[in-house]
Design a protein around this ligand. Structure first.
Ligand code: GLN
Length: 536
């Protein structure tokens, strides 16, 4: 029978429920359990696909093409197991399902209400992955903070679920904050007490408290929290601020979070967790032998969460290369023909990020021109690859007016154009080319050297594509289509022949980079940047 763990948050948002959930999952996985994590978000959007990155950070795309919360990226990076649509559910989706059934007449004349209809639908969704038979333990992270109006139906559904599952089958971990008052020189437990009181008002006694803190919480504080919050003292878990998120599983191991969970769920402690390769990764991450400076040119750089997966992919690839990747954020809108050289000077590599819309487009083109002409390693992802194609069209092929029809629908040279099947779509949500598709790699290319195989699969999220009408001309001038979709002939990777590393990918390699499997295109891009740094 599948066991269920719910993770709620109190006191404030941004305590890192996603990282705690992923770390616990990692420890349980390392003990031999099959674990997955799902996230329930209280907002009304059906999925985060239509959200501006400034709202919720990056939109993470799964193999099956679901546009999801960025926490799913952490789950995959920690566990190295793919997630799917079922791993991210929003209030919007819950209501949509219920309302669709109401229109079908499925409720037989009854009044449709939050309790029981919405809460029943939430509980049904809690169970979907557990019922697949693929998992021993399902961890469910409830987005938002307990006490928010929006998250109430989820909290009520957790209460009912726990009661129905019976003892030892489901437990609640509540994440709280123990603030340090500098003036008093003290850690304060009152916000935690209040937060637990609020959960109790909703009928939930948390089983474990994970306390975020900047200072160690001593035995006295632990005792106090245990006494006032009705939990065992070994269920008060300290979660200190960490140097890197990848330390958190080991910090949780030290606090015996996994053992406490297993005891409460009456699961065997099995073997000690096997964290050898994890520790090996941490060792390389923390002992770099060199430094590289890589520029990340993008439209949303004020909020690094907008590029979460790219930044983490650099962490993985850096560790693999035993070097520290210093990512420098460059707002694309600030780049001009005049200042590109000055803004990009001293960088050992430049990544041009994915994105949408016109703002910053010309700045990206300038950045690419500079790195192409100066043999500086370049990696373009999605819009970044499209910009590279436009830049090459303008400055090498001589089509001064070459563009993407996303930026200039009237361009006489649409080297990047919308796919035919996209042209009739009017709805924005969930209608891009989304999720995994296959790609054939051309032998003897940089892509082939990176992947070491001829058939790969990568995840997509875009509407526009390389326009194959121009393919021959590009190839003749030295831009190699090194990855082609075998199903429809679309160009998935382009690269320059006579350049140390100039690669553009129409897909999103960052989404598949994990601690266990750093992405080959990132590994080789960092390696090329390192080589450039050593020479210059
Ligand atoms: N805006 C571009 C498109 O829709 C690129 C999208 C992206 O970078 N994810 O094709």
């Amino acid at each position: 029978m599948t066991k269920y763990i719910f993770v709620t948050g109190g006191v404030t948002s941004s305590l890192g429920k996603g990282i705690i959930s992923a770390s616990l999952a990692k420890l349980l996985q390392a003990r031999g359990y099959r674990v997955t994590i799902q996230k329930f978000d209280p907002y009304i959007n059906i999925d985060p696909g239509t959200l501006n990155p400034y709202e919720h950070g990056e939109c993470y795309v799964t193999e099956d093409g679901a546009e999801t919360d960025l926490d799913l990226g952490h789950y995959e990076r920690f566990l190295n197991v793919p997630t799917s649509q079922a791993n991210n559910i929003t209030t919007g989706r819950i209501y949509q399902n219920v309302i669709n059934r109401e229109r079908e007449g499925a409720f037989l004349g009854k009044t449709v209400q939050v309790v029981p209809h919405i809460t029943d639908e939430i509980k049904r969704n809690f169970r979907i992955l557990g019922e697949s038979g693929d998992y021993d333990i399902v961890i469910t992270e409830i987005g938002g903070t307990v006490g928010d109006i929006e998250s109430l139906p989820f909290v009520e559904a957790v209460r009912q679920f726990k009661w129905e599952a019976g003892p030892n089958n489901a437990l609640v971990i509540h994440l709280t904050l123990i603030p340090f008052l500098a003036a008093a020189g003290e850690l304060k437990t009152k916000p935690t007490q209040h937060s637990v009181k609020m959960l109790l008002e909703y009928g939930i006694q948390p089983d474990i408290l994970v306390c975020r803190t900047e200072h160690h919480i001593n035995a006295d504080i632990r005792k106090k929290i245990a006494l006032f919050c009705n939990v065992n003292i070994n269920a008060v878990i300290e979660s200190m601020d960490a140097q890197t998120i990848y330390d958190v599983p080991l910090l949780m191991l030290k606090e015996k979070l996994d053992q406490t969970v297993l005891s409460k769920l009456k699961l065997a402690h099995k073997n000690e967790p096997d964290l050898e390769s994890w520790k090996d990764f941490l060792g390389r991450l923390k002992n770099p032998t060199a430094d590289v400076r890589i520029g990340l040119v993008g439209k949303y750089v004020e909020l690094p969460d907008a590029y979460k997966s790219i930044i983490e992919a650099f962490v993985h690839a850096g560790a693999k290369n035993e070097c520290k990747v210093r990512v420098e954020y460059i707002p694309s809108a600030s780049l001009t023909v005049e200042n590109a050289i000055e803004k990009l000077r001293g960088l050992h590599g430049v990544l041009v990020a994915p994105g949408f819309g016109e703002r910053g487009f010309e700045g990206k083109i300038e950045a690419i021109r500079y790195v192409r002409e100066n043999n500086i390693p370049f990696f373009g992802i999605c819009l970044g690859m499209q910009c590279a194609v436009v830049e090459f069209g303008r400055h090498v092929l001589g089509y001064a007016d070459a563009s993407s029809t996303e930026m200039n629908p009237e361009t006489p040279n649409p080297v990047i154009d919308m796919m035919e099947e996209q042209k009739t779509i009017v709805h924005k949500g969930g209608t891009m080319r989304l999720g995994a598709s296959p790609c054939d790699i051309k032998k003897g290319t940089k892509a082939a050297a990176a992947y070491g195989k001829t058939r790969i699969s990568e995840r997509h999220r875009h509407r526009y594509e390389f326009n194959n009408k121009y393919l021959k001309e590009y190839e003749a001038a030295g831009l190699v289509p090194s990855g082609i979709n075998p199903e429809n002939g679309l160009v998935e990777i382009v690269e320059l022949k006579n350049h140390p590393y100039f690669v553009g990918a129409q897909f999103h390699p960052e989404l598949k980079s994990t601690v266990a499997n750093p992405h080959p295109l990132f590994i080789n891009f960092v390696a090329a940047s390192l080589a450039y740094a050593r020479k210059n």
